[in-house]
Design a binder for this molecule. Structure first.
Ligand SMILES: Cc1ncc(COP(=O)(O)O)c(C=O)c1O
Length: 387
């Protein structure tokens, strides 16, 4: 794609699940912020600040539109990344509203560890539930009574999706619980199953969806009733007295401030708005290209001797190991040919190592920037190395 014209012909970047490459319009928007209206948002009255404010507010609206959620019920706050977002919520949830915390076995360390910390802080029990091979959850097997459920919508090692997210959300709400979705992977290529589903909070990382490094929390306004204030500072208050303060988040207009303490990454937020515009402008053929590359590489791996796939089906994110070959050494060898892929357990240690007993793995994660030639290069190099 012309938006990635800075890529060398032999650069094969296969780490989009960590952070996607940034297309030119995103890089241009950030550069424009720094060179034309470098200013603090939300508090500055001069010209540059007004331009920043307009773009930041527009980005919040674009996020809700992208997710097909109503601004009457939901608020968009910016933060550092997915991990920070999940921790910000869990660390401030008041345990008196809940009986337990539930997560699943295929989680990234981000929800996995933060639910351990939540359970330790609150004394509430923690349950790790199973996911089917297709990513769905057997809802009837579990008791969601007054549960805080924190699960991903797509995994970071094989992309399997929470296919029954709607049914799960209904079941959790019916049982008096809340559901927080880790959408770090889903937002880049599997956001459709999430759109319009009224979960309590969605946390994701803009850097995995062609935008600058930035975290996002999309949250239902009534979540505020279940939270204590535990992380607070500048930009969050309308008035301060010696021993008290008035939170700006009391009003709907400034509700986003509830998770935005201190100065924010204004240039990155502006760049994220440009990334959403770019994603919305993509043509069917652009997604088809990703689909074709995915299929081609997946079929090659699946049919290669000695290759053991973690995936049960094709997905832009695919993990595997090669019998008798150390994945880290394989990753190094690929790197010598400019093929950039990840090795190890990708922050999903519990499932990949302790449940499945896999050796360290190698992960290819494709993005919209990949060309069919990239796949040919990988196939050739991998075949040579494995031989
Ligand atoms: C499913 C999933 N959740 C959470 C994270 C954590 O994202 P971040 O490091 O941006 O906080 C990742 C990162 O790869 C992920 O893939």
């Amino acid at each position: 794609m012309k938006e990635f014209d800075y890529l060398g012909a032999k650069d094969v970047y296969l780490d989009a699940a960590c952070q996607s490459l940034r297309p030119r319009p995103v890089i241009d928007a950030i550069s424009q912020y720094y060179t034309e209206h470098n200013s603090c948002g939300e508090r500055v009255k001069y010209k540059w600040g007004i331009e920043t404010d307009e773009k930041v507010e527009a980005t919040r609206e674009k996020v809700l539109k992208f997710l097909k959620l109503s601004g009457r019920k939901y608020t968009v706050s910016f933060t550092l990344n997915t991990t920070y977002g999940i921790n910000l919520i869990l660390s401030q949830l008041n345990p008196k509203h809940f009986d337990k915390v539930i997560t699943s076995e295929i989680e990234h360390n981000s929800p996995f560890l933060s639910t351990i910390a939540f359970s330790k802080r609150t004394g509430l029990s923690r349950k790790v539930i199973k996911r089917n091979e297709d990513g769905s959850i057997e809802i009837e097997n579990y008791d969601f009574n007054r549960a805080v459920v924190v699960v991903n919508c797509a995994s970071n090692f094989d992309g399997r999706k929470l296919l029954n997210i709607k049914e799960l959300t209904k079941a959790v709400h019916k049982a008096g619980g809340i559901i927080i979705i880790d959408a770090a992977q889903a937002m880049s290529h599997s956001s459709d199953i999430l759109k319009g589903v009224e979960v309590d909070a969605i946390c994701f990382s803009a850097h995995k969806m062609y935008a600058p490094s930035l975290g996002v929390i999309v949250w239902r306004d009534d979540l505020i009733e279940k939270m204590d204030v535990g992380f607070i500072g500048g930009g969050m208050v309308d008035d301060v007295k010696k021993e008290s303060y008035l939170l700006s988040a009391e009003s709907k207009e400034h509700r986003y401030t509830r998770f935005e303490s201190g100065l924010q990454a204004w240039g990155e937020i502006v760049g994220f708005g440009a990334a959403l515009d770019w994603l919305n402008s993509l043509l069917k053929k652009d997604w088809k290209n990703l689909e074709n590359n995915t299929k081609e590489l997946y079929e090659f791996l699946k049919n290669s001797d000695k290759v053991h796939m973690v995936n049960h089906e094709a997905n832009p994110t695919m993990s595997f190991y090669v019998e008798g070959v150390d994945s880290h050494m394989l990753g190094n060898a690929l790197s010598r040919d400019n093929i950039m892929a990840r090795t190890g357990y990708f922050c999903a240690h519990y499932y990949l190592d302790h449940v499945m007993g896999f050796p360290p793995l190698i992960r290819f994660s494709l993005g919209l920037h990949n060309r069919p030639e990239d796949i040919e290069i990988v196939k050739n190099e991998l075949a040579k190395i494995v031989k």
